[in-house]
Write a protein that binds this ligand. Structure first.
Ligand code: ADP
Ligand code: ASP
Ligand code: MG
Length: 417
């Protein structure tokens, strides 16, 4: 007998028929003798609709009320799945974040889980073999008593955090693809499924745009050593061999991975904006005068390039921020123009970041240089570059994203044969 957390994403619970399919997946594990907690997302498209309603009601809305609205999508699916399970003769009940409770910080719309009380769920596993169906994405701030949400894609994080709190043997993430691929299989049909990915690599893939797992869920998996298995919810529950290993990808520690490729995968993100602050006086403290206020405004700056301005005397600073924060970043910098002392503010929002990830880069030189040559051969201009131990990223015009990803995928031998 094992203790399992099973998480189902939006497309897996998109309508009643799919929720009934999910119920059969859960029944399969219950019948095999396992203790099961299920975490569900809202129906596909629901959260987008709820977010749009908040913006329509008022573009500058209260984040606490935003959370009250957007958390409702998961309330619906958790109740519906409990009903579908009961219809199959399985003892089940739904739990909202505040009922467990799942305690979080008060950073509304991007709250962090502080702790989870899993006591009642474990008691019910033992007393009556009850399946817990938990609304993903949401929690409660204990000081204010208000509902919070964990940021988009946050149900993955709910699932891994619950797996850690319940000391589950595994956290299965059921989604609309059958694992983690070398890059988004919807963009590159030649992408290959990976059997295993190290936590560190998955962290980079997720934070550079592979939305198959929310970044924070991978962090929690790494810290609490929760094995995460990404698999498809579209396989028919009846066709799955209860003793076999289903197709999927295990996210685990690096020691468990035997074959080490130099490059494991490629991620990309179009949610970037480039800012250039031009002709700044080149003296100590100017970087701090720009990046300090951005940090105070909670805006994450990613790639940074500094070069000499056209006049040869002053300096230009170019950097990227998340597209969603662009308007605030622009406001922050332009309102401090006199203090910073610069001549021009330029920006470009039609840009994309393509990132190449692989722990083999630690020990191989020249991996990035190959990419620069291959992109140049395709006439793709690189606007900025960043590197870290197991990753490098290039910023390019968004129109070339797919071409760049496919070019690099082939270059590093990732194409399916
Ligand atoms: P869910 O609703 O189940 O949480 P998401 O849409 O959040 O599902 O994540 C699954 C999607 O992630 C896939 O449909 C796929 O398009 C995308 N994706 C991006 N990069 C990858 C990758 N490297 N491997 C697998 N899927 C990826
Ligand atoms: N429903 C939420 C979202 O769409 C959380 C999730 O699906 O993980 O972002
Ligand atoms: Mg998701």
């Amino acid at each position: 007998m094992a203790r399992l957390v099973m998480k189902f994403g939006g497309t897996s619970v998109a309508n009643i028929e799919r929720i009934q399919n999910v119920a059969r997946h859960v029944k399969r594990e219950v019948d095999a003798g396992h203790e099961v907690a299920v975490v569900v997302s809202a129906m596909a498209g629901k959260t987008n609709e709820l977010v749009a309603w908040c913006t329509e009601a008022s573009p500058m809305h209260d984040a606490r009320e935003y959370d009250a609205v957007v958390a409702s999508g998961e309330q619906v699916t958790s109740g519906l799945l409990a009903i579908a399970l009961q219809a199959l003769g399985i003892q089940a009940r739904s739990w909202q974040g505040w009922q467990l409770p799942i305690r979080t910080s008060d950073a509304h719309a991007s709250a962090r889980i502080v702790d989870i009380d899993g006591g009642e769920i474990i008691k019910r596993f033992e007393d009556r073999k009850e399946v817990a169906v938990i609304a993903g994405f949401q929690g409660i701030n204990p000081e204010t008593g208000r509902i919070t949400t964990l940021g988009r894609g946050g149900s993955d994080t709910s699932a891994v955090a619950i797996a850690a709190a319940l000391k589950a043997d595994r956290c299965d993430i059921y989604t609309d693809v059958d694992g983690v691929y070398t890059t988004d299989p919807r963009v590159v049909p030649k992408a290959r499924r990976l059997d295993k990915v190290a936590f560190e690599e998955m962290l980079e893939l997720a934070s550079q745009g592979a939305k198959v797992l929310q970044v924070r869920s991978v962090e929690l998996g790494m810290v609490y050593n929760v094995p995460i298995f990404v698999r498809s919810s579209f396989d028919k529950p009846e066709d799955i061999d209860p003793h076999g290993t289903p197709p999927g990808t295990l996210i685990c520690s690096e020691e468990k991975i035997m074959e080490n490729h130099v490059v494991t995968g490629i991620a990309f993100s179009k949610d970037e904006a480039q800012i250039s602050v031009r002709r700044i006086e080149d003296k100590p403290g100017v970087a701090a005068s720009i990046f300090g206020p951005l940090a105070d405004a909670n805006i994450n700056v990613d790639m940074i390039v500094q070069n000499v301005s056209e006049d040869g005397k002053t300096t230009d600073l170019t950097f990227t921020v998340p597209a969603a924060d662009f308007a605030r970043a622009k406001q922050t910098i332009t309102s401090a123009q006199d203090k910073i002392g610069y001549a021009r503010f330029d920006s470009e929002t039609d840009v994309a970041k393509v990132s190449v990830i692989g722990s083999g880069m630690r020990s191989h030189a020249g991996v990035a240089a190959q990419a620069f040559a291959a992109l140049a051969a395709r006439n793709i201009n690189i606007r900025a570059i960043t590197t870290s131990e197991i990753k490098f990223s290039v910023l390019i015009d968004a129109a070339y994203t797919e071409l760049a990803v496919r070019t690099l995928h082939t270059l590093y031998g990732l194409d399916q044969v």
